[in-house]
Design a protein around this ligand. Structure first.
Ligand code: ADP
Ligand code: ZN
Length: 755
């Protein structure tokens, strides 16, 4: 028998190995140790070929079979194979998403164990008979209070040393055992208490008795109730179906997910909940833990290897009914999946920006099809693709137009910054309205969020003598200034090149270097100086480099220890902070200048989402949006929170320019050490894809908008068509003819950005 094995080596196709005589053939999904060149690697059996191994072919045998059954469930193997095919990647590229980190070395059962001590009857007698004294007596006394036993580490912490414990054990007064413990990233208190206390498991009727923290069943709004009714009907049908739950921010989508999950669980099936960001998993998981107790697991790359491994094993063993996780959780080893929720489905974080370049939302839909599950895509600002599918009837469309408890959406004011510059001078960063708004909130003890989707202090340095700018030596972008005074550094946001800020121009030696543009650091400083006494903090990628600092910042803001939080799009996502009554957007048009077909969509989404962070509590919210283009449709329509109008307007543009969702798009970038070579190689690929029949629309070769990155030049070609399979096949055969390009080419199917 032959095995087709995926190995964790970039870009490799399936490799074939033989099963040695006398070895039981492993199942699909089992891990095997195989030789690869001079290395030994752990791979996964993707397919079996039962033909006998002929002596004529030179196939190496597997070295070791690690699992008798499937380690990765066969349907997840099939999903990985689909992903690799669709996104033109090697199946091996999906292995990191399939396997928990430690399983790659074959230590599948490396669980943490706790050494537990418990008192024996002889020990109890020994206390009574005063046969022991000192530390040993103390130890027995502590243990006599806990018949189930106490971890030896806990005893050690209470002064009972290991030597005393082993003496007690030798004398037969205590017994020692090893308990397996699952490292539970959510465990603050023992998770067992809550099992099944909130949700009855009696199927559909049970789904309606989820209670709020006070214990009384929460009354759904009329809209929530209607939406839930339609979704429950889809669940009853028990077939694959996709529903787009288009609900404005604060309309209570999570409550609907929860009740759907209860219904699905009542039918003996399981639930997968995807969220776009690691930071959003604890809140979502807590909601489900409240309802389902310990049968909820989380999966994301921010967990420690041990935690991730334990959670994975619990899912695999069938101990879990609900998995909450980020995009790679779509490959969780969960069986009997009946419901998949993709929350904030429009979010760019669902797309993996390395091979396989999959979109977790789209893989979720494929998984739902495989499993015959209901897939619910939730968003206040659906992607153009999903809304298009809903409008054309491919997906069920379910809308929530109002916030819960009749809370109004935030009122939005647009500030035309051209007028502000005329009145206040060209250097203003906070308009008068925003400054006054923040001050008023701080004075009233309310909170404000201030968004600018650009990091750093200043975004450029230019020379007043020669007009030259400070550029990255490796990339075709300006260096960004971080910090002030002595701490000032110039940094590239693409390759992380960092340098001191020169005092003279590197081009003409002129002494007049000036900083221009501004980012979040500068806004933070402006807010602090405009509101003396206010507690101002910043949330962006620079501020959260240390592990755990993101959670800390969010918790501090949630607790009211911070008055004003300045940040990038990170502050716009999903969080529910009831005391925020003002959201300021400093430069709403940051993203509009980008040469990307999704620039307007992304701007609309960001503005709508961030405005949705205001007024989620009892006090109504307000948003103040500063822009240089107050008449741009994505700004105007976001301010009116009119999604359908935005969709129609944007679709006209996509139709005219032939972009998704009207056509399928594939972006291919070729890198080379010189500009000419990159263009030439890309041109060759273009010719080969066009072929003689010229059926596909191929644009390029053209320099990529980010023309130079990490020292290499980049040329790109875009392929548009209606048949994705045809595009992919053409492209793959073109690239097969140029194996020399393999390491220098990136193929992005359904790209989110073409920069
Ligand atoms: P969305 O995800 O649609 O933005 P959430 O699910 O975060 O909205 O809900 C917003 C807030 O409303 C949450 O605090 C949630 O607990 C609360 N909520 C949801 N449904 C109800 C309801 N029927 N009655 C009262 N409060 C609700
Ligand atoms: Zn750079």
């Amino acid at each position: 028998m032959f095995l087709h094995v995926a190995v964790p080596v970039p870009g490799l196709d399936l490799l074939t190995y033989a099963v040695p005589a006398g070895v039981d053939p492993p199942a699909v999904g089992a891990r095997v140790v195989v030789p690869l060149g001079s290395r030994i690697v752990t791979g996964i059996v993707i397919a079996r070929d039962t033909r006998p191994v002929s002596r004529a072919v030179d196939v190496k045998p597997v070295r070791q079979v690690l699992d008798s059954g499937s380690f990765v469930p066969p349907d997840v193997v099939a999903l990985a194979q689909w992903t690799a095919d669709y996104y033109a990647a090697g199946v091996g590229d999906t292995i990191p998403a399939l396997l928990p980190p430690m399983a790659r070395g074959g230590r599948a059962d490396a669980h943490k164990t706790l050494r537990m001590a418990s008192i024996t009857p002889a020990g109890l007698e020994a206390i009574a008979a005063s046969e022991v004294e000192g530390r040993q007596l103390e130890g027995l006394q502590i243990l006599s209070g806990s018949p189930a036993g106490i971890a030896t580490s806990v005893l050690a912490a209470r002064g009972i040393a290991a030597s005393a414990i082993s003496r007690l054990a030798r004398r037969g007064y205590i017994s020692l055992r090893h308990d397996r413990v699952d490292r539970d990233p959510l465990a603050v208190s023992p998770p067992t208490a809550a099992v099944g206390t909130r949700v009855s498991d009696t199927g559909q009727s049970g789904a309606r008795v989820v209670s709020d923290p006070a214990g009384a069943p929460r009354q759904l709004t009329e809209e929530q109730d209607a939406a839930l009714g339609r979704l429950l009907a889809l669940i009853s049908a028990g077939d694959f179906r996709v529903a787009l739950l288009h609900g404005v921010t604060g309309s209570g989508k999570t409550e609907i997910y929860l009740r759907l999950a209860a219904a699905v669980r009542g039918r003996g099936r399981r639930v997968l909940i995807l969220v776009p960001e690691i930071a959003l998993t604890p809140a979502m998981a807590a909601v489900f833990r409240d309802a389902f107790g310990a049968r909820v697991a989380i999966q994301h790359s921010g967990l420690s290897d041990g935690e991730r491994h334990d959670q994975w094993q619990r899912i695999r063993r069938g101990d879990i009914d609900v998995v909450v996780g980020t995009r790679s959780a779509v490959f969780a080893p969960l069986e009997q999946v009946g419901l998949i929720v993709v929350d904030e489905e429009h979010d760019g974080s669902y797309k993996q920006e390395e091979s396989p370049r999959y979109n977790g939302r789209d893989v979720a839909i494929v998984r739902g099809r495989q499993a015959g599950a209901l897939v619910v895509l939730g968003s206040a600002t659906p992607s153009m693709e999903s809304y298009h599918n809903a409008m054309t009837g491919k997906y069920e469309r379910i809308v929530l137009t109002r916030r819960v408890l009749d809370r109004p959406l935030a009122s939005v004011t647009v500030v035309d910054m051209r007028e502000e510059y005329a009145a206040e001078g060209p250097d203003v960063i906070l308009s008068r309205a925003l400054r006054d708004g923040i001050r008023a909130r701080v004075a009233r003890g309310e909170q404000a969020l201030v968004l600018l989707n650009r990091r750093g202090f200043a975004t450029a340095v230019f020379c007043r003598q020669c007009a030259g700018t400070l550029e990255c030596p490796n990339c075709s972008v300006s260096l960004v200034i971080h910090g002030e005074g002595h701490a000032r550094r110039a940094r590239c946001h693409y390759c992380n090149y960092t340098a001191r800020v020169p005092t003279a121009c590197p081009l003409c030696a002129g002494p007049y270097l000036e900083q221009a543009g501004f980012g979040t650091e500068r806004v933070e400083a402006e807010v602090a100086s405009a509101c003396p006494g206010a507690r101002v903090a910043r949330l962006d990628r620079d501020a959260i480099r240390r592990r755990g600092s993101l959670a800390t910042l969010l918790a501090q803001f949630g607790d009211g220890q911070i008055d004003v939080l300045v940040g990038t799009q990170m502050i716009a996502k999903g969080h529910d902070f009831p005391r925020v009554t003002l959201v300021g957007v400093v430069s709403a048009d940051v993203g509009l200048g980008l040469a990307d077909f999704r620039a307007s969509e992304r701007t609309f989404q960001l503005l709508t989402q961030v405005a949705g962070r205001a007024g989620r509590g009892e006090q109504p919210g307000e948003a103040i949006v500063q822009t240089l283009y107050p008449t741009h449709y994505s700004i105007q329509l976001a301010c009116r929170q009119d999604y359908p109008a935005f969709y129609e307007r944007e679709l006209q543009f996509r139709r005219a320019m032939k972009y998704p969702p009207i056509v399928s798009l594939v972006n291919t970038v070729v890198r080379s050490r010189t500009f000419a070579a990159a263009m030439e190689d890309a041109g060759d690929v273009v010719d080969k894809v066009r072929g003689v029949d010229n059926q596909l629309r191929v644009l390029g070769p053209a320099p990529a908008p980010l023309g130079r990155l990490r020292g290499e030049y980049r040329a790109q070609l875009l392929i548009k068509g209606t048949n994705r399979k045809q595009i992919r096949e053409r492209l793959q055969s073109a690239l097969a003819a140029r194996p020399d390009l393999q390491k220098r080419v990136v193929v992005d199917i359904d790209p989110l950005t073409v920069l």
